[in-house]
Design a protein around this ligand. Structure first.
Ligand code: 4AD
Length: 501
């Protein structure tokens, strides 16, 4: 057999004979003609096998093959807008490699828990395929952006002797009898490296013992962190802005098909242009107290209620179909949809139940508190481009953040909130470069000074203003793809109580 052609290359082979190798995504067998959607890892395309003299030797075998069977086929390529992927291959020869049986993920829908337990197989479905390709491009663009802009890659350790962020999210590991912790950040090590290379970055897995089961939290996620010497807060914010624009542009350039298949509104991504909004924490508090915030949530309540009623009617309709004597495939499809719609309804009911609480939280938000997930959602939904929220109260932020010199109550930090209610995707700051101030913060936080002696050295020898940020890959991919929960944006998600497979 000829070397297989990739489905992604079929556009260059219209009218010609090709050989494809792949798996049956789904199949519609008939007495005289069989339609198969084949996937080969690079794309999806329709195969048409007609029963005739040429195909007689394999037609019945092909017809019996079920989902995820693997095979090689030869045939001619025809452009056909109606076909999955835009091309159809009319098969003249086929070779079955492996006949699969009872593949657990059928075309009818399954609940998310089932899919997550079958993550190793769920990869093959179209939605994860789209999301993980986009993730791969985001990762590539992250490296390109920093490599092309003069940053030196510094790989920071995963075993860390002390906390880099809050002590409450540390994973403790026995290191030959000594306690060490899985890295929550590479930042402190990068600060040392930027005094050698000026502009540096690290990019790797990051660990937080998050006891929250929210759509934004994983216990293992990927974070990229740049760190720049001789930089002010504004300088760091400018880099973050360019960086985020470059990620969105690249995904739009390379993956508009995948984004469309995921139902993402491309115009929302096309609107991601400089300058992003900037709000000081004080302004965020005002916004939370404003009638705009209240109206947003009250309207939400009404909209969600209406959607729940709509879903209820749809579920009843499908349930009637399931109990009818309609064709079995129609009933299976309807039963699958019902599972999905019920899940949506439970989620909406949960969200609706939380709205009154979120209204109260926003209304009663007091200066000095950290912005919670629901507060971020409000701020982010009231903006069509990302928002930099800056100058948070010192008490809610990490010890290393630079104290604002004209208002000692706040630090020179920022969180970048992505729009459409996604919330924080970046946290960053200028770092405290003054030895005495930093030491005072370490003491105030009751951190063991001995663990931070090396870090204090950076302020003893040629200390300079510097700063950086961390961008979470999964939250960014979730935002770009329009995926609600970040568990879908990492190949094997790790969350509280979830680490299989
Ligand atoms: O705001 P964070 O905690 O910042 C830091 O770790 C700094 N040391 C970064 C720096 O300045 N070099 O985390 C940065 C980003 C968040 O905005 C979020 O995108 C992601 O990391 N992140 C998480 N993503 C998934 N699950 C979690 N539990 C996350 N915690 C943080």
């Amino acid at each position: 057999m000829k070397q297989p052609t990739s489905i992604s290359e079929l556009k260059n082979h219209v009218g010609r004979e090709v050989t494809l190798s792949g798996w049956i995504h789904h199949s519609r067998p008939g007495g005289k003609i069989c339609f198969i959607v084949l996937r080969d890892g690079t794309g999806f395309c329709q195969l048409v096998v007609e029963k005739n003299e040429q195909t007689a030797s394999f037609y019945d075998d092909i017809k019996r093959l079920s989902q995820e069977s693997s095979l090689e086929v030869t045939g001619t390529v025809h452009a056909d807008e109606r076909a999955t992927g835009g091309f159809e291959v009319r098969v003249t020869h086929a070779n079955v490699i492996h006949a699969a049986r009872d593949y657990p993920i059928t075309p009818k829908s399954h609940g998310i828990d089932f899919l997550m337990r079958h993550r190793h197989l769920w990869f093959r479905s179209q939605r994860p395929w789209n999301v993980l390709r986009i993730r791969a491009t985001v990762v590539d663009q992250i490296r390109r952006f920093f490599n092309d802009n003069g940053y030196v890659l510094i790989d920071t350790p995963i075993f860390a002797p002390a906390a880099g962020e809050g002590a409450q999210t540390l994973f403790k590991v026995d290191y030959f009898g000594d306690p060490v912790y899985l890295a929550q950040t590479g930042q402190l090590y990068l600060e040392a490296a930027c005094m050698a290379h000026r502009k540096v970055y690290c990019f790797g897995p990051t660990f937080r013992a998050e006891k929250s089961k929210t759509r934004r939290h994983l216990t293992e996620f990927w974070m990229v962190e740049p760190e720049i010497a001789f930089a002010s807060l504004d300088d760091v914010i400018a880099v973050a802005e360019d960086f985020v624009c470059s990620l969105v542009e690249r995904v739009l350039r390379d993956h508009s098909d995948e984004l469309t298949a995921l139902g993402r509104d491309l115009s929302e991504l096309e609107a991601i242009k400089k300058p992003f909004y900037r709000l000081r924490y004080d302004q965020c508090v005002e916004l939370l107290h404003s009638s705009k915030a209240r109206e947003l949530l009250e309207n939400d309540l009404v909209a969600k209620q209406a959607r729940i009623s709509e879903l209820g009617a749809k579920i009843d309709e499908l349930d009637t179909l399931v109990k009818s004597d309609a064709a079995q495939w129609k009933k299976d499809k309807a039963a699958g949809e019902v599972i999905e719609l019920r899940e949506d309804r439970v989620e909406l009911q949960e969200q609706m139940g939380n709205i009154p609480h979120h209204i109260e939280l926003a209304k009663n938000f007091e200066w000095g508190g950290d912005l919670g997930g629901s507060d971020e959602t409000i701020i982010s939904r009231l903006h069509d481009r990302p928002v930099f929220c800056t100058h948070y109260p010192k008490g809610v932020k990490a010890f290393y953040m630079r104290e604002c010199r004209d208002d000692a109550r706040v630090v020179e930090n920022f969180d970048l909130l992505a729009p459409q209610g996604v919330g924080e995707i970046i946290g960053g700051s200028a770092r405290e470069e003054d030895y005495d101030r930093l030491l005072a913060r370490i003491e105030h936080e009751h951190l063991p000074q001995a663990d931070y002696e090396w870090y204090l050295d950076l302020r003893r020898f040629g200390s300079v203003p510097h700063g950086g940020f961390g961008l979470g890959v999964e939250r960014t991919v979730a935002w770009i793809c329009g995926v609600k929960h970040i568990r879908e944006t990492i190949p094997y998600p790790r969350m509280m109580g979830k680490f299989y497979p």
